[in-house]
Design a binder for this molecule. Sequence first.
Ligand SMILES: Cc1cc2nc3c(=O)[nH]c(=O)nc-3n(C[C@H](O)[C@H](O)[C@H](O)COP(=O)(O)OP(=O)(O)OC[C@H]3O[C@@H](n4cnc5c(N)ncnc54)[C@H](O)[C@@H]3O)c2cc1C
Length: 484
Amino acid sequence: MARVVVLGAGISGHTAAAFLRKWLGKNDEVTVVSPLPHYNWIPSNIWVGVGLLSEEQVIFPLAPVYRKHGIEFKQARALALHPEGTESNPQPFVEVEWTLEGKTGQRENVPYDFLVNATGPKLNFGATEGLGPGKNSLSVCTARHAAETASAFLENVERMKRGERRRFVVGTGHGMCTCEGAALEYVVNLEFELRAHGVRDKADVVFLTNEYQLGDFGMDGLHIRRSGYITPSNILAESLFAERGIDWITRAHVKKVEAGHAWYETLAGEDREISFDMAMLLPPFAGVGLQAFGRQGEDITARVFAPNGFMRVDADYVPKPYEQWRACDWPRYYQSPVYKNLFAAGIAFAPPHPVSRPFTSPRGTPIFAAPPRTGMPSAMIGKAVARSIADMLRGAPGPTHTASMAEMGAACVASAGANPLKGTAAAMIVYPIIPDYERYPEYGRDLHYTMGEIGLAGHWIKIVLHHMFLYKARLRPGWSLIPE
Ligand SMILES: Cc1cc2nc3c(=O)[nH]c(=O)nc-3n(C[C@H](O)[C@H](O)[C@H](O)COP(=O)(O)OP(=O)(O)OC[C@H]3O[C@@H](n4cnc5c(N)ncnc54)[C@H](O)[C@@H]3O)c2cc1C
């Protein structure tokens, strides 16, 4: 009997746990440790954030799903890994603290033979003074945050209906954020809803981003060949904003947010300020702060985790100048180089380096988009790790399945306004996610497989994806046939 423990029940961890259960033997145990009682289909938080969906429509309780499928669920937060066990017992274990009502605060050591760390990001609002829910700006990173944002948005709409003018600032709340695509999706949905509510003429909408130029998305932008032209993504994003009257500010590091004001430093080193009536600013990401200890209780966190808290895996972490970064620096198996039964899936693994060219202001403040951490690769990594563990338990000497972001494409459908007749969404495919200038010297990507299209059909596809991925996550019949 083998014990496999998955930390985190997000897109990556939930996928890994479901496939582990499917591929492991009946006597093998699969345990999920995650602090929240529910699963959140995060991409649809965008629609929650403008009041089109309720919080309940993008979440569901995990315990009944896991009970039905024979997966043990501990509603708890992982605190520390002990990959060598203790002096008296070499069995590896993870120390967890329960968050389940009635057991809150209780600690437990959960033993494992294999461990998948899929704890996603720490939403690091603390990196910017005054940033985040409960302080001076809003977020759509969790379903709860998005519901709070919707309330603020609808309150502003009511004020505009009474004749007041309002300014909405949407974007990134720090110079080292990622997920600019989600911020862009939110701003175009917000603008669309302002029109739907008949108050667009009363609103100023500004996109504030750390990207060097719009459409960078932390992947150094992309190029799309259409009608004989090769168009860079900054042109596509700028046209979208120009069409909709959305202003934009790029190369900005937000350093402080107060009620109604954000202060930011530009890449040119200037200090600027922008006022707002509502601001939705994403936080930078960090690892969730897991620690690691050796057999004698010595702290080995720095061996297992990078300084930003993400877990080191089979990537090339040797620092190099931008010009020397290579696609093959990116991990393929997501296995810890120190402990062979330890894997990191989804956002939890440490990227070897950014993808976009790094810039710093004259004061030395880094201002550029951090590497993309999107859902499709997170799920594909979870599945590949599950397959490798299943094979290793059957005797394979090492991991068998790869999911390098430099070898895989990703599809993304970004909503640009939700309406069955007038809505639009941008459907994009990028191959590979991490540019590979050795294989594709000109643009780093294969332009036969990198494409984008915006239109009403995209909106319908986005609706289908919302229902299909929630169906899959509920592990309903045929779930494993639905692609990641
Ligand atoms: C608003 C928004 C919209 C997005 N839209 C898209 C989109 O349209 N398409 C797309 O591809 N991607 C999108 N993304 C990105 C996508 O959501 C992420 O790539 C994906 O969620 C990453 O999966 P993950 O499992 O690594 O992390 P998560 O999904 O964040 O899951 C992490 C899990 O770990 C748990 N956890 C945290 N700490 C601990 C701990 N200490 N111990 C145990 N468990 C822990 C969490 O509770 C959670 O269950 C969007 C992101 C945002 C914020």
